[in-house]
Design a protein around this ligand. Structure first.
Ligand SMILES: Cc1cc2nc3c(=O)[nH]c(=O)nc-3n(C[C@H](O)[C@H](O)[C@H](O)COP(=O)(O)OP(=O)(O)OC[C@H]3O[C@@H](n4cnc5c(N)ncnc54)[C@H](O)[C@@H]3O)c2cc1C
Length: 416
């Protein structure tokens, strides 16, 4: 049977592409898992941070790799269109901090169900549990696909939406890159993006701070000369292997880049746990407290500033006694403590592997894809969308925005 369009992959990009393509043609969607949207269900901690309320310029800024390529796709289908797509299908959305948009149900199931209903309504034929093993061509044009179960399907247009190579248990295990390479495409080196950072510092190995989260802190990545090459302000969590949370994830690519650039495994990061205050302001606050409560311990004072566990940790690394009355501390000791609150430096030595990245960096070379249509410049009739493209953004709804926007663009099939 011949279809107008075959979509490979039933994740964020493929679902949006199938919904768009089915407006004007007969569509087959092939998903290797036995269900659709496995990764979509994991997004936003199961709540699906589907897009952002921020402007197109801000979206592009927050997609540091390949963001500019999205100008054209976003001009046709941007975050507002993504929100309209769902609200016009009866789904209420809400905005949280940093412009993040979620369904009001706080469940990614809501978003997936909307797609499933849409595909049913538009009579998209969905095949589950069979993987595309080859994209076939005839006279250098797309002719269809072959599957792992030996089935053949025919179409003049194929949309490849097989996802990246991280969280491979969700199905996106790098098949898409292999299919693209088989058709002569260039795939730039793959590495994990938005991935936790590892460290072999003693306090990490000893799990001193494991499980402790710090809200709204600043993490800077420093080069060999101590100059900051990246600085992000968000939440951070200490783990048994290093640091995670949005702030660490956002700095991870800069750690990897510095490791390569400086040919070293160790990179220094600086954590400012009170970024709204200067050293002078903290000194004044500490002196006031000493004056008002001379007998209080350092520990009881610092916990007014910071989570107690972190405060006590900083007191200890400054070689101070947390139970000593604060009046017994010297000026230089107090200065050292304040400096450490604002600039706690420690070494990190890399990141978790590709499979643990929230996004795969690298992908099909953007030079080989038409940004207006997502069509391959090498193989007419082949369209590529989602994480397979050499595009990766920060957390905050930017990666799903890219997948939905490029998916929609690919699904409208060459209608400039
Ligand atoms: C834990 C986690 C949380 C995240 N949270 C967010 C978030 O809240 N907001 C955000 O913007 N981004 C988030 N992301 C990133 C976002 O999920 C991805 O960028 C997005 O899903 C990419 O969409 P995609 O369609 O390209 O790929 P995927 O969603 O991975 O879909 C690809 C699909 O193709 C299928 N497939 C693969 N190979 C074949 C084949 N050979 N034949 C048939 N089917 C195949 C796969 O099984 C898969 O279902 C998160 C990522 C992770 C890992």
């Amino acid at each position: 049977m011949k279809y107008d369009v075959i979509v490979i992959g039933g994740g964020a990009g493929g679902l949006m592409a199938a919904a768009a393509a089915a407006q004007s043609g007969k569509v087959l969607l092939i998903e290797k898992n036995h269900s659709l949207g496995k990764k979509l269900l994991l997004t936003g901690g199961g709540r699906c941070n589907l897009t952002t309320s921020y402007s197109t310029d801000t979206i592009i800024e927050n997609i540091p790799c390949g963001g500019k390529f999205l100008h054209s796709a976003l001009s046709k289908f941007d975050n507002e269109d993504i929100m309209d797509f769902f609200t016009s299908r009866g789904i209420s959305l809400k905005e949280e901090d940093h412009g993040r948009i979620f369904p009001c149900t706080d469940s990614a199931e809501t978003i997936l169900s909307a797609f499933i209903s849409e595909l049913k309504k538009l009579k998209v034929n969905v095949i589950l549990g069979d993987a595309v093993s080859e994209i076939t061509t005839s006279s250098q044009r797309i002719s269809g696909v072959k599957t792992a179960w030996g089935k053949k399907f025919f179409a003049d247009k194929v949309i490849l939406a097989a996802g990246g190579a991280s969280f491979s248990a969700t199905g996106s295990n790098g098949d898409g890159y292999r299919l693209l390479k088989a058709l002569g495409h260039t795939v730039t080196p793959l590495y994990p993006g938005e991935v936790p950072i590892t460290s072999s510092e003693n306090f990490i190995k000893k799990a001193t701070l494991q499980g402790l989260s710090l809200q709204d802190v600043t993490l800077s990545v420093l080069n060999k000369r101590g100059k900051s090459v990246a600085k992000h302000r968000l939440d951070l969590i200490f783990t048994h292997f290093g640091i995670s949370g949005p702030c660490a994830l956002r700095c991870s690519t800069f750690v990897q880049n510095l490791q390569k650039k400086e040919n070293t495994s160790d990179v220094t990061v600086s954590l400012n746990s009170m970024p709204d205050y200067s050293a002078a302001e903290l000194a004044e606050s500490l002196n006031r407290r000493i004056y008002e409560n001379p007998g209080k311990t350092l520990k009881s004072l610092i916990k007014k500033w910071l989570p107690e566990r972190y405060g006590v940790f900083l007191i200890k690394i400054c070689d101070l006694d947390e139970e000593a009355p604060v009046k017994s501390t010297t000026e230089p000791q107090r200065k050292k403590l304040i400096d450490t609150v604002l600039d706690f430096r420690f070494k990190v030595n890399g990141t978790l592997p590709l499979d643990k990245g929230f996004v795969t960096c690298g992908g099909v070379s953007l030079k080989e894809i038409n940004p207006k249509t997502m069509e391959s410049k090498l193989v007419p009739g082949l369209f590529v969308c989602g994480e397979l493209l050499d595009i990766s953004g920060y957390t905050g709804g930017y990666n799903l925005t890219a997948a939905f926007s490029t998916g929609h663009c690919a699904g409208t099939l060459n209608k400039d």
